[in-house]
Design a protein around this ligand. Structure first.
Ligand SMILES: C[S@@+](CC[C@H](N)C(=O)[O-])C[C@H]1O[C@@H](n2cnc3c(N)ncnc32)[C@H](O)[C@@H]1O
Length: 256
């Protein structure tokens, strides 16, 4: 895996989740280095698409759950967002600007993060971080409670078909067998090959059912692709996208 996009490496059992702060504190700087490369899929495709779906953020408060170093939030504050909070289990944070606090915390326990108590936000982001929740529906319900009037959640996850393709290539099996398999699998990530992580497979219906169970409706979805100039400049990235598809982005609103 060498795409350099903000791929989520889900570590899903409770004991594995307990280890993820450690894993991410070891991975954080490698991840940010990969993300900063000029041919990173996050730079070329994912963040531009996420940013487009967020729209005008002037005077909007934003909570970025699993914010990494906080770089995306800093850009949003520069674009006019106010009173923003970034939360991440690793504390590999950039220096926060005015109007932004960056907090160490676990996204599976949003209700216990003191800096979030009594707060509401106009936008809540889960950008390639939702897969780390031990209880996805509970996490989304907690986020839903923190939405201000007219607020929405923007959530992106790796296309699950991508992992099924990887496993089918590795195991000599078929796409369908792997896509519908429920067995965890381990692999080394593309940012630091010394760290092996395990992942719980998921399907697109798993995701949609989680949104629904959390009382959210899907306003729109996107599957961003490389823009034409980037396809020409980085054919290896287009080849990767042709094989593994990229990410899904969902704009979710609370049911009344
Ligand atoms: C693939 S990175 C995405 C970072 C950033 N959202 C982006 O789009 O570039 C996943 C992030 O989730 C964070 N993370 C993993 N488990 C977490 C947890 N239990 N609570 C909070 N953050 C977590 C990691 O530290 C990492 O920064």
């Amino acid at each position: 895996m060498t795409a350099g996009g903000a791929e989520d490496l889900g570590i899903s059992t409770d004991s594995e989740v307990r280890d993820q702060a450690l894993a991410w504190s070891r991975l954080a700087s490698d991840y940010e280095r990969a993300r900063a490369r000029e041919d990173s899929l996050d730079r070329l495709t994912e963040w531009p698409a996420q940013r487009r779906l967020l729209g005008d953020v002037t005077s909007k408060s934003v909570l970025d759950v699993g914010c990494g170093n906080g770089g995306k939030l800093i850009e949003l504050v520069e674009d006019g967002a106010l009173n923003c909070v970034g939360l991440d289990i690793s504390d590999n944070f950039l220096t926060p600007t005015a109007g932004l606090s960056l907090v160490k915390g676990d996204l599976s326990e949003l209700g216990s993060v003191s800096e979030l108590a009594g707060r509401t936000f106009d936008r809540i982001l889960f950008l390639q971080s939702f897969g780390y929740s031990t209880d996805p529906v509970r996490t989304l319900r907690s986020a839903r409670k923190m939405l201000a009037k007219d607020g929405f959640i923007l959530l992106s996850r790796t296309q699950p078909i991508r992992y099924a393709v990887e496993r089918a290539e590795k195991n000599g099996t078929s796409l369908g067998e792997e896509y519908f398999s429920s067995a965890d699998y381990s692999y080394s990530n593309g940012w630091n090959d010394q760290i092996t992580l395990s992942k719980r497979p998921y399907t697109i219906s798993d995701l949609l059912n989680e949104f629904s169970a959390a009382g959210l409706w899907l306003e729109s979805a996107a599957e961003p692709q490389l823009p034409e100039d980037a396809r020409q400049r980085y054919p290896h990235k287009q080849a990767w996208m042709n094989r593994y598809l990229g990410i899904l982005i969902f704009k979710l609103r609370p049911l009344p």
